[in-house]
Ligand binder design. Structure first.
Ligand code: NAD
Length: 305
């Protein structure tokens, strides 16, 4: 039998842990020996209001199961305050789960600047702020696990979610660079795009689907990605309803006209099929994979079109 993967002695911050996915992640970490900072502003799904009850309830649940937890009620915009709670209560931070989120869904035509700004502030700035405050601590100790939460809406786009899509894909960009910067310090950074029944989804999904999409079936991936024995970093995963998968970029072989050629719009139109042909496609993983093909294109000075 596989040995139980535990988090004894590890300090984990879970943002937005008062409900849904965050609550499930926090309970999982608490049940497996971690000391948990349960962060939650306790507001509504559109970002209004504030209450300590959401975080308090989950702290009580973790303690009732014999775990250790402390509440924090600050907005994720104030990551330093959340990290201070971890330091005051437990002395360090090992794992950061960026999960807090709200929605302001509206078609782009009707979207206000406030709808845009609020979503960027909670999702993108919030993920930055909490991680930025914990980063020096993890660097100094040469250990850290960071998990970001994106969305299919960020990866693929979704009607009425321009603000949310932008913030969510921004989070993946942040994660990709932090995975590079954290590598030498044993800080692993991964991103999940979950699907789960929660306050955020119960207004857009039928009740039977909500019942089938348990947040508890997402948390095991979070646990594995944040375990000390997991070497994965810079990954992007889709997860929900017991489905687990990994995503990657794909790039067509493309077409090189040669840098000596004056390229016209018609040249591009004539090669359009080849430019978009994914036969023998590549799967670039680093920015060097971009420079590789660009340098090769520069070398092809006199290649005709
Ligand atoms: P949820 O509403 O059940 O939980 C989110 C929690 O975040 C709430 O308790 C809320 O009070 C808290 N929160 C909101 N703003 C906060 C802030 N500024 N500071 C601290 N806490 C704050 O939602 P959920 O479905 O569990 O969503 C969790 C995360 O997963 C979100 O980032 C969401 O965008 C993402 N997500 C969820 C789904 C899904 O299917 N549920 C799909 C894709 C992405």
């Amino acid at each position: 039998m596989t040995q139980e993967l535990r988090f004894d002695g590890k300090v984990v911050i879970v943002t937005g842990a008062g409900n849904g996915l965050g609550r499930s992640h926090a309970l999982m970490f608490g049940a497996r020996g971690a000391k948990v900072v349960v962060n939650d502003l306790g507001g509504g799904i559109h970002g209004g209001g504030q209450s300590s009850s959401a975080a308090d309830k989950v702290v009580a649940e973790i303690k009732a199961l014999g775990g250790e937890a402390v509440a924090n009620y600050d907005s994720v915009e104030h990551g330093d305050k959340i990290v201070k709670t971890a330091l005051d209560a437990f002395g360090t931070v090992d794992i950061v789960i960026n999960n807090a989120g709200i929605l302001r869904d509206v078609s782009f035509q009707k979207m206000t600047t406030e709808d845009w700004d609020l979503i960027q502030k909670v999702h993108l700035k919030g993920s930055f702020s909490v991680t930025h405050a914990a980063w020096p601590i993890m660097r100094d100790k040469g250990y850290g696990r960071v998990l970001f939460t994106t969305s299919g809406a960020g990866i693929y786009g979704n009607f009425g979610q321009a603000n949310y899509s932008a913030a969510k894909l921004g989070i993946y960009g942040l994660a990709s660079t932090l995975a590079i910067e954290g590598r030498s310090k044993n800080i692993h950074v991964n991103t999940i795009a979950p699907i789960a029944g929660s306050r955020l989804t119960e207004t857009i999904m039928p009740p039977e689907m909500i019942a089938a999409l348990k947040p508890e079936s997402v948390s095991p991936l979070v646990g594995w990605l944040c375990h000390e024995s997991c070497q994965e970093t810079s990954g992007l995963f889709e997860v929900g309803a017991s489905y687990f998968s990994k995503l990657r970029w794909e790039r067509s072989l493309g077409h090189v006209f040669g840098t000596n050629k004056n390229i016209s719009i018609e040249d591009v139109a004539n090669k359009w099929e080849k430019i978009g042909d994914f036969t023998d496609a590549e799967h670039p993983t680093t920015i060097n994979d971009t420079f590789g093909v660009i340098n090769a294109a520069i070398a092809h000075k006199s290649l005709g079109g």
